[in-house]
Design a protein around this ligand. Sequence first.
Ligand SMILES: Cc1ncc(COP(=O)(O)O)c(C=O)c1O
Length: 398
Amino acid sequence: MSFEFITQQLKQQHQQARFRQRVCHDGEVGQSNGREIVVDGKSYLNFSSNDYLGLNNHPLINKALQEGIDRFGLSASASSLVTGFSYAHQTLENEICQWLNKPRCLLFSSGFSANLGILQALGQSSANIWLDKLSHASLIDGALSSKATVKRFKHNDINHLNTLISSIKQKTNTDNGLHEPILKTRDNIIVSEGVFSMDGDLAPIEQLSSLSNRYDGKLFIDDAHSIGVIGKNGQGSSSLANIDIVMATFGKAIASSGAFVVCQEDVFEYLTNFSKHYIYSTAISPALAWATNQSIKIIQTEHWRREKITELSEQFNQLLSPGIDLIPTQSSIHGLVVGGEEKTLLASKKLKERGLWVTAIRPPTVPLNSSRLRVTICSNHNANDIRYLAKNINEVLS
Ligand SMILES: Cc1ncc(COP(=O)(O)O)c(C=O)c1O
């Protein structure tokens, strides 16, 4: 029988308690300001949203979207290199460059496509891509589908990364017998996430940056979960050290859709000429670009949103029972490692019965036996929400 793998693999997903399904929420964000979601008429406190700064449905951003539609239309109607690039896109790129203090910016239609587009273009056969073990699927796919040699280093382990890079150097030196530091002729791209999506911990950005400099490489950081949340003005990892290439999605704290990359002039020109995901894709909606620009302006000035995340996260930490395996973090993401898939699904179900939406994250998104509840604390939550959440997690996981 043809396509037998479809039935087989779906069956296996069920057997392993890994079957995935979408949930359609009723879309009533307005009243609760995104703090709650309504599913089948029932309201839940939402601790699974990536709207970290609570900006979705913000009146000024909504107004900018309407202005953008009136001025530019909803669709770009072409790729950027044809006629899709407008003043709305230019304005957004300029704002991001100024915010992150980088010379150039390029907009992509999603973070996933940006990661593919960047790594496939930069990952030539002369390149080594060094990838953190816990990197997002889009980074792994981008690296593996490039022409580069790909190596994974242990999560956030600078010593391991250094050992891997220097061992290749020695091996290659011996192989070619020239005692030439081969890494000088290789293009080293070190790839990590600013804040890890499923653990919430931060990468050692400063150390990665100096290691990359030492090998004359390029540091590429996916700041999907750091942008808006980390740094005084929400600049993410760019506030911690010099990074050659930063990518971030608009779909999380920026509360819009699409993605950007910031870099130096030469990389910008190179991606504009050689990144297929950029060249052969319709430019993002100009109206969305206009609204996204408004969101980024708010992010830079409304510091209280970041302070609130810190304050509520500290409260959550203090209220959790000592036996609970909480991954330490300074971000919005709090991973509570439970272990097996079924146990984690059950905990999530029990929380739902108590009006709390906390998604169970299972392999292959996270390593085997580290299924977890991924709690996101956002600036539209309040102290009562956190008390209620912690009390119920303590009960469900005890
Ligand atoms: C770390 C990371 N990178 C990239 C992406 C993809 O971004 P987008 O949703 O814009 O495709 C995500 C999440 O969706 C992510 O968590």
